[in-house]
Design a protein around this ligand. Structure first.
Ligand code: 26Q
Length: 847
């Protein structure tokens, strides 16, 4: 009887249609005759979700029954993008494997009168992240499920994700991203899983005066953390993992004092404020801002997640000593560092373990990933603010620090300087600060950087003293990766299909073992294959041209007929001075001025067009709302676009486009269309970069500095297949130092460009509009070394032009070889490395 009532997956088109229709009629309470694309999206998603839920439950049962070591990935950001297409690609039915189900559903809803592409577009992006760090977390949960690791993600369910960007008069304007307007089929509310979380209050230590003994944390504010789960399907496996996001809700307890004093309205209002904790994602990228609400978010999330993890562990009735054998917790940057303190508090105050025994468990459990060496991005919290919000946690931090410094003192007696350098508490004025990165290092057994160069840099800069203290082996590298399911198959179906045909791999197994791509090497010079390869690129460029047209109010910016020989030069990423979009746009101005100069001096247009073949410079990315210089860079790009695109003398040989509101779903259209992409950060500043990997995986060539993962990309694809330029990271300090003491010597080329900007060539109504950008280069030390790298940047672009327009065959060869050798950058490889060298976990395969 039980078996007869078992829920079943849809396996056939007709079964899908039945499921689809019942969701239209019952879940949405509509009729098929009144079903638009949005309703079709909801019904399709609910149908697919039904299938996933079956495997999800089986996966969770299996993980509980087998009780293997689990991984918990703590990240304040999961930049997931859309879920439906990804689920269709990854999902398995009982009769079809991954990949096939998408085709099946496409046909089945096609028969009902819907176009899958239009239905997919209805889904809002889950934009719960800023940029690289958040998207990395999204790639990791995909790879952990695909690799059958028992692994959960823990994050926050923001009601507003990263703001939507509008461009008005060339300026960025932020509008709220309320993404939960319609029912979200990809989340399941678990109202039964709710954890009370406390803030403020005081510490009670009735008799005991030592902070090391158990204490009670009393009073204060209390809110509830409610769990929302998102299924994470693996590719070509029935493993479906879980991403648990917490949402803040008022408790049902009420404040008696307020109630009795008749202040009912006020007490309700105060309760309402609880929800503000998970209302909005902080829109900073690589910049820290010590706001109390941010610390509140961090603790709310860490405490809820830790409670959940500990509860699950306690059900196994194992002794505490086995905690680190059963659980690995990975900290995505310092944002979850409070989890370290919270676990210590749980073990000491609530479970009454001895301090040192507890600390041994804590440090064996946690590992920390660093994503930056830039000072302004390192998290620090004023001691006063910290202690007010979390009084007991501050005591514990002081005790952790005390034992740590004692250990240092024993190892390096009488080195007072060292002690103050490594102290978790920075003695600074006007107030002492808690250094979260140091706390994360002290509380973890492994610390990793995200690309080789970066992992080397952390050992010689921000964590130099800690290498001395702990030895070099605590510090390691795991080079980032990206999931080829989303960034190849989903974003670039045409290229994926050309590859699967060429490799004779109809089931797309290469997406699991990217080393299979090396077989493409033999075809790099095959002219037939090159032509097919180029056709795919052309298709993707037209697809992007369509998007640009749509965003431009239906007006074409790019001439259709010329797209095949127009070089698409793309830089899409957060706008940041260190990423140097200003270098890019100044380079564009240089090109523009050179074209104008040649024409003015009487050179024939045909000749000019030979020297400066067709190119479109495409930009996209958001600036933090309070980041003045980044916003000015956006304005400059748009102002240059205005002038260049309307200059008829150019006859369209140069265009500039700023794509508003860059996000994951736009990235999926933009990245496959690139001929060239720009990864041009000041050497030593970009920890890894991951869009560089995405572009290479889609057959785009790179112009880049010797920074972050560009180094390993060069090693993998060969230095003849990448355009590197600029100063090396080991020279950066010296160059900056020199700028401080000698007036800036600008190369002539740059001088000209800056003069044009200063003269108001791009802002005739207010010539000084861009002065701050110019001053930062000319008069404020040029911290990002634009002047030092400018000539080599321009010269390298000349090499790019020449190759693209005079030797298309060798361009295509480079493109093919890039894809053939990109396998290393699959996040599957990355997760295997974490599992083997940091987590000590193994996959748990479905039977
Ligand atoms: C900190 C405090 C308060 C508010 C916000 C923040 C905050 C938020 C986001 C600080 C940093 C971030 C994001 C950082 C980030 O995305 N770093 C990028 O991580 C990628 C994945 O490892 C790397 O590829 C990039 O090089 C790195 O910049």
């Amino acid at each position: 009887l039980w078996d007869a009532h078992k829920v079943k997956k849809f396996n056939e088109p007709s079964e899908f249609q039945d499921r689809f229709i019942s969701h239209v009629e019952w879940t949405l309470a509509r009729s098929l005759y009144n079903c638009d694309d949005l309703a079709a999206y909801e019904a399709t998603s609910n149908s697919v979700r039904d299938n996933l839920v079956i495997d999800w439950n089986l996966t969770q049962q299996r993980q509980t029954a087998r009780d293997k070591k689990r991984v918990y990935y703590l990240s304040l950001e999961f930049l997931m993008g859309r879920a439906l297409d990804n689920a269709l690609i990854n999902m398995q039915t009982d009769t079809s494997s991954s990949g096939e189900s998408r085709e099946m559903v496409k046909g089945a809803i096609g028969d009902l009168g819907f176009k899958l592409e239009d239905v997919l577009k209805q889904e809002p992006d889950a934009a719960l992240g800023n940029g690289g760090l958040g998207r990395l977390a999204a790639c990791f949960v995909d790879s952990m499920a695909t690799g059958d690791y028992p692994a959960w993600g823990y994050g926050l369910r923001y009601q507003y994700g990263i703001f939507a960007q509008k461009i008005i008069n060339g300026f960025q304007v932020e509008t709220p991203d309320y993404w939960l307007n319609f029912p979200n089929p990809w989340e399941i509310e678990r109202s039964e899983i709710h954890v009370p979380i406390n803030f403020y209050g005081y510490v009670d230590r009735s008799s005991n005066t030592s902070t090391l003994t158990p204490a009670e944390w009393l009073g204060g504010e209390r809110v509830l953390a409610v769990a929302y789960d998102m299924p994470i399907p693996g590719f070509k496996t029935s493993t479906v993992n879980n991403l648990r996001l917490w949402s803040a809700r008022p408790t049902t307890e009420f404040d008696f004092a307020k109630f009795n004093s008749g202040d009912y309205r006020n007490s309700v209002e105060q309760q309402q404020r609880a929800e503000s904790i998970t209302a909005v994602l902080y829109p900073n990228d690589n910049f820290e801002q010590g706001k109390e609400l941010r610390l509140k978010q961090q603790y709310f999330w860490c405490a809820a997640s830790l409670h959940d993890i500990v509860r699950r562990f306690k059900k196994t009735r194992r002794p505490w000593s086995e905690f680190p054998d059963q659980i690995a917790i990975q900290l995505n940057d310092t944002h979850p560092t409070l989890a370290i303190v919270e676990l210590q508090r749980i073990l000491v105050d609530l479970e009454k373990l001895d301090w040192h025994e507890a600390w041994g468990i804590v440090t064996a459990t946690f590992a920390y990933t660093n994503h930056t060496v830039m000072q302004e991005a390192l998290e620090k919290w004023p001691v006063g603010l910290f202690g007010h919000l979390l009084p007991r946690h501050l005591e514990i931090v002081f005790d952790i620090n005390w034992f740590f410094l004692k250990e240092v003192e024993e190892k390096f007696p009488h080195d007072v300087d060292l002690l103050s350098r490594v102290s978790i508490i920075e003695e600074s004025s006007p107030e002492r600060q808690v250094r979260m990165a140091y706390l994360a290092v002290v509380g973890s057994h492994k610390v990793n950087g995200v690309a080789e160069l970066h992992s080397d840099l952390i050992k010689t800069t921000i964590f130099k003293d800690f290498v001395k203290i702990y030895g070099v082996h605590k510090f390691t590298n795991v080079t980032n990766g990206i999931t080829p399911r989303r960034w190849l198959k989903q974003a670039n179906p045409k290229l994926a299909s050309l590859i699967s045909k060429t490799l004779n791999d109809p089931e797309d197994k290469f997406l699991l073992d990217m080393s299979k791509l090396t077989a493409l090497r033999d075809l790099a010079e095959d002219e037939d294959f090159q032509e097919k390869w180029n056709d795919v690129k052309q298709f993707n460029k037209l697809r992007l041209a369509d998007l640009i047209k749509e965003l431009n109010g239906g007006v074409d910016i790019l001439e259709r007929d010329h797209i095949r020989n127009t070089l698409f030069d793309i830089q899409v990423k957060r706008i940041h001075e260190y990423k140097r979009q200003q270098l890019n746009i100044l380079g564009v101005i240089h090109r523009y001025l050179s074209i104008k100069e040649a024409l003015a001096s009487g050179v024939k247009f045909e000749e000019v067009a030979k020297k400066f073949p067709r190119k479109v410079s495409i930009f996209g990315g958001k600036s933090a709302p309070g980041y003045y210089m980044a916003k000015l860079i956006i304005k400059l790009i748009n102002s240059v676009a205005e002038v260049v695109n309307n200059d008829e003398e150019l006859c369209d040989i140069l265009k500039v486009v700023f794509i508003p509101d860059y996000n994951v779903s736009k990235a999926e259209i933009i990245i496959p269309a690139s001929d060239l992409s720009e990864h041009i950060s000041t050497a030593g500043t970009e920890a890894s970069g991951t869009s560089n990997m995405k572009f290479v995986m889609n057959g785009g060539l790179i112009i880049g500095t010797v920074d972050g993962a560009n180094v390993e990309i060069t090693r993998e694809i060969g230095e003849e297949n990448i355009f590197l330029f600029g100063n090396l990271s080991e020279n950066v300090e010296e160059l900056r130092y020199a700028h401080q003491y000698q007036p800036q010597k600008l190369p002539q080329s740059l001088e000209k460009v800056l003069n044009a900007v200063e003269s108001g060539a791009f802002s005739p109504d207010s010539p000084s509009e861009f002065q701050p950008l110019i001053d930062s280069i000319k008069h404020h030390g040029d911290y990002y070394l634009v002047s030092d790298d400018f000539d080599s940047y321009v010269a390298t672009h000349e090499l790019v032009d020449e190759l693209y327009h005079k030797d298309k065959k060798s361009w295509l060869k480079k493109s093919i070889l890039s894809v053939a050798n990109v396998g290393f950058f699959s996040s599957d490889r990355c997760i295997e490395e974490y599992a083997g060298t940091i987590w000590n976990t193994e996959p748990l395969k479905p039977e």
